[in-house]
Design a protein around this ligand. Structure first.
Ligand code: PGA
Ligand code: ZN
Length: 442
């Protein structure tokens, strides 16, 4: 956070309301108004394949409204206790604000007042502070050092909990690491997305999309998905591995039962070691640079083996495993588990704690990927957070649907604001991974 010259501007009012997310479920929107009349707004996202240790999303449970998914209690907490707690505080004192919100809740997982309520206030305050300072949010967060645009992982084939009846693996992503700029990365991604649509049509598959705007064909085996993506990349005029690589988020916690993984429909369950065998086979056949939640959140022994076997070849990302929480991340660092963290603001519930998780990752040599949720809104805060914290990577879905595309549009605007000083790290963010070196040289 930059140092402020205007500590005297305080929070005058906080207002929450119930809105809808991209799945048509209720979520929380918050407006913060300062004593100088400046306004900051934020909308909170919502996950479907949530980690068991995430901060708690408070829902009403009243079956007469939205099937129990209403958030009027969380909204009432914004408009009551949370508002009272931060009213009068300097709006630029983000850490103090977040600490006050956390202390008021008083639980380790924000279950009393709701992480959805708390995060809404935290982010709306950050937006208001940036406006007060007269700078875009990414610059308020990162100052003059905020020059690095993130490499996107674009989820072009949706499965798992984001597309019923489709692939077991939740996310098959393309990573335009050979693009010279973010703007070009977006173009590469969109061209491949459309080429993939044509490939699917040619093979008689539907081209309807899942929760994150990627196609959701009823494929059985992950190899089919990666094969179709390779064809699409070639059809769009790119070389798989050179301009565009692959990333996977199997979201393995979702198909882990009784100590085994039901990774591929119709095949016997696999042990952790057999899952790693499968990943090794995929790495040999396709230019994969990153696997997220390749094993389940409770399978720490499996994760240690996976990191030992694959950690020098590719990026191994903990999402459900770390839930943007410094305690879980520290355990991972201590035990040699994973080498990257997925960062979702609503997994932890305040901006300051999110920043702590990113800083801990960066200081330990772990990569950090700022991420959306499968339930999103038009809110583009994560684009600014990715640049503001120099995270180097973002995961924000496919190249269709406004809830996903708005983040790419914001990143392109940020790149323009940063101007000639803007950096797009490309393959550099995967520096130590031998699969990237191999792919680039092939
Ligand atoms: P979620 O999934 O937002 O539905 O939890 C995203 C992910 O697993 O990365
Ligand atoms: Zn995930």
């Amino acid at each position: 956070m930059m140092t402020s010259q205007r500590e005297e501007v305080t929070i005058a009012d906080v207002h929450g309301r119930e809105i809808l997310d991209s799945r048509g479920n209720p979520t929380v929107a918050v407006t913060v108004v300062t004593s100088s009349g400046v306004v900051g707004e934020a909308c909170v996202p919502s996950g479907a394949s949530t980690g068991i240790h995430e901060a708690v999303e408070l829902r009403d449970g009243d079956p007469r409204r939205y099937g129990g998914k209403g958030v009027l209690r969380a909204v009432a907490n914004v408009n009551g206790p949370l508002r009272d707690a931060v009213a009068g505080m300097p709006v630029t004192a983000q850490r103090d604000i977040d600490e006050r919100l956390r202390a008021l809740d008083g639980t380790p997982n924000k279950s009393r007042l709701g992480a959805n309520a708390i995060l809404g206030v935290s982010l709306a305050a950050a937006h208001a502070a940036a406006h007060v300072e007269g700078v875009p949010l990414f610059r308020w967060l990162g100052g003059r050092d905020a020059l690095t645009l993130p490499v996107p992982m674009m989820n072009v084939i949706n499965g798992g909990k984001h597309a019923e009846g489709a692939l077991q693996f939740q996310e098959c992503m393309i990573v335009p690491l050979g693009a010279p700029t973010l703007r070009e990365a977006v173009r590469y991604g969109a061209e491949v997305f459309h080429a993939l649509g044509r490939e699917l049509k040619k093979k008689g598959y539907p081209t309807t999309v899942g929760d994150e705007g990627g196609y959701a064909p009823p494929l059985r085996h992950i190899e089919e998905a990666l094969g179709l993506m390779s064809d699409a990349i070639a059809a769009a005029g790119y070389a798989p591995g050179r301009e565009i690589a692959f990333a996977l988020d199997p979201a393995a916690s979702e198909f882990y039962a009784d100590g085994a993984y039901n990774a591929i429909a119709g095949e016997p369950p696999r042990s952790a070691s057999q899952m790693i065998d499968l990943y090794e086979k995929l790495l040999d056949a396709f230019p994969i640079v990153s696997i997220e939640d390749g094993l389940a959140q409770e399978d720490w022994a499996g994760w240690r083996e996976m990191t030992a076997r694959l950690g020098r070849r590719i990026q191994l990302v903990g999402d459900d495993l770390f839930v943007t929480n410094v305690s879980f991340l520290q355990r991972g660092i201590d035990e040699g588990v994973a080498n990257a963290i997925l960062v979702k603001l609503n997994q932890i519930g305040t901006l300051s704690e999110t920043i702590d998780a990113v800083r801990l990752a960066q200081s330990a040599g772990y990569n950090a990927i700022i991420s959306h949720r499968s339930g999103e809104t038009g809110d583009t805060t994560i684009a600014d957070v990715a640049v503001g914290l120099s995270a180097g990577q973002i995961k924000t879905g496919s190249l269709s649907r406004s809830d996903r595309v708005e983040k790419y549009n914001r990143l392109m605007a940020i790149e323009e604001m940063v101007g000639t000083a803007a950096k797009y790290p490309g393959a550099g963010v995967f520096g130590a991974c031998s699969s990237v070196v191999r792919a680039a040289g092939s």
